[in-house]
Ligand binder design. Sequence first.
Ligand code: GN1
Ligand code: MG
Length: 363
Amino acid sequence: MKDFSNIVNNFAIKGRVESVKPLGNGLINDTYIVKTSDESTSDYVLQRINHHIFTDVDTLQDNIAAVTSHIRRKLTNAGEKDIDRKVLNFLPVKDNPSKTYFYDGESYWRMMVFIPHAHTLEAVTPESSRFAGKAFGNFQAMLVDIDKNLKESIPDFHNMEFRLKQLHDAVAADPAGRVKEVKPLLDELESRADEMCKAERLYREGKLPKRICHCDTKVNNMMFDEDGSVLCVIDLDTVMPSFIFSDYGDFLRTGANSLAEDDPNIDGVEFNMAIFRAFTEGYLSSAKAFLTPIEIENLPYAVALFPYMQAVRFLTDYINGDTYYKIKYPEHNLVRTRNQFKLLQSIEAHTDEMKEFIKEKLK
Ligand code: GN1
Ligand code: MG
């Protein structure tokens, strides 16, 4: 195995390193646990940042540092105990304490304090969804008054107009000769394009704010304590300014799909209203204090937006000849597109019910 001591030595750790071993099964970054020999010192997590996806590591780490130090200050002011388990703690680099990453000439590395006696959940149930809604809403709530200007670590990540432009460019170029075959699907997506770009329009009109969002709201991105309470949210790579719709809508896109996003049994794809209700309840409990009427009114729009955006992204990749998402067979991106489109149709059929539920919850 690689000799990690040269890397670890660049960070201001306490204690002596005993071992470095792979941790977890993340698909984007490589993660290791660094154990120290002394009982009284923490263990650490070492990560190699995937700089092919996060090309601007400075922005990435500046965002994370701004967000974690803001939350830390809030928790401290509120007299919270056990703060090191309630917000991630990234280590400064010894030679340059204003930075939380180290470049070894080849890769970018970062280190954080390992949170002991904590676990994540994988199963999306109404109970875990309610926890997730509350935790991600609370994350946004703690960041509404952050005074640093964060940049987008992936520019235009959730910008619907941009994603449609990418689709239109792909259609015009048709590099894999696949446009003809997907024409009906393209027409379906096109007929909703105007409505789905509503967020960008409201933003330009000054009616919809961007806030600091997590932008990867999955059930396994929260840490739980031994007693089952939520400690903190993790995986902060995509934290950036966005519409709150990103956190609300993208959780439901994955969590409330009755099947996996690439399941070819398209007829079996349905939007799960029990998950919707639980997640929405949790989210509103922590977010309603800061949400504006326009944000609240558009939560059902956000639920539709993310399967729509994902359908556009998958179809773009299919038309481009599969250059972005990993595929396991030639039609994989097309199957994903159809799956997301079916989810969108199921969501459309539930719009009134969703609106009614949200109205009731806010009474
Ligand atoms: C990618 O790799 P993963 O699953 O965390 C993508 C998301 C998509 C998702 C669809 C950086 O996320 O935006 O929603 O695939 N992340 C990036 O499966 O493009
Ligand atoms: Mg991810």
